[in-house]
Design a protein around this ligand. Structure first.
Ligand code: GTP
Ligand code: MG
Length: 218
């Protein structure tokens, strides 16, 4: 019987999805990891995660993406959710101004609970509903510049920019840790002390806890 240990990657990065309820976090996740979309998905209860392995600068990177409910009463214990996360995708809905106003709230939560070096990408989702837009792209660009975030508009429905959003986060994380590793190596060679490898800590199992269930049954 073939037995394959799942260690065929160079890096494992934990990324958290955050943003108000209904902005499309779970559909962004299912689009990215399973290429699926569901028009009538239900609010997430508890925490789910899914993984996808891809190439970043010639390295095999496993993205472990965590998803929880935007709604306060369904939210899982916050500290555990953010523990070990090296990236965050902060989603709002371009048709719902309030979800954009609440970006500040989510940034506070990140500051309170996540690592201060976490890479943050803001995503304005549902661009296929441009006729219902209430958040001009320019407003979001200004906020992103002010807060030092990457920014993209996405559509989970049309599979627009979802891939790019994750690729950008993963590349940013990879470049940060490569720079850190290089700096550590240089410091070690300057002092004559052998350098130590960079350890990226992420919690939890490496596989998905999303069973292979049909779309819309969550
Ligand atoms: N038109 C359109 N609808 C979308 C898009 N992404 C998600 N939706 C819809 O928006 C609704 C909410 O999507 P979810 O992915 O469940 O939202 P969520 O952010 O995970 O919500 P919570 O789990 O409650 O926090 C569903 O009806 C989706 O079909 C999109 O890009 N375009
Ligand atoms: Mg959800």
């Amino acid at each position: 019987m073939a037995y394959k240990v799942d260690h065929e990657y160079d890096y494992l990065f934990k990324i958290v999805l955050i943003g108000d309820s209904g902005v499309g976090k779970s559909n962004i996740l299912s689009r990215f990891t399973r290429n699926e979309f569901c028009l009538e998905s239900k609010s997430t209860i508890g925490v789910e995660f899914a993984t996808r392995t891809l190439q970043v600068e010639g390295k095999t990177v496993k993205a472990q993406i965590w998803d929880t409910a935007g709604q306060e009463r369904y939210r899982a214990i916050t500290s555990a959710y953010y523990r070990g996360a090296v990236g965050a995708l902060l989603v709002y809905d371009i048709t719902k101004r309030q979800t954009f106003e609440n970006v500040h709230r989510w940034l506070h939560e990140l500051r309170d609970h996540a690592d201060s070096n976490i890479v943050i990408m803001m995503a304005g989702n549902k661009t296929d509903l441009n006729h219902l837009r209430s958040v001009p792209e320019h407003d979001a660009q200004l906020l992103a510049e002010k807060e030092g975030l990457s920014f993209l508009e996405t559509s989970a429905l049309e599979a627009l920019n979802v891939e790019k959003a994750f690729q950008t986060i993963l590349l940013d994380i990879y470049q940060i840790i490569s720079r850190k590793a290089l700096a550590a190596q240089e410091a070690a060679s300057a002092t004559g002390i052998p350098g130590q490898g960079t350890t990226i800590n992420v919690d939890g199992d490496y596989s998905s806890n999303l069973s292979r269930r049909p779309c819309c049954s969550n």
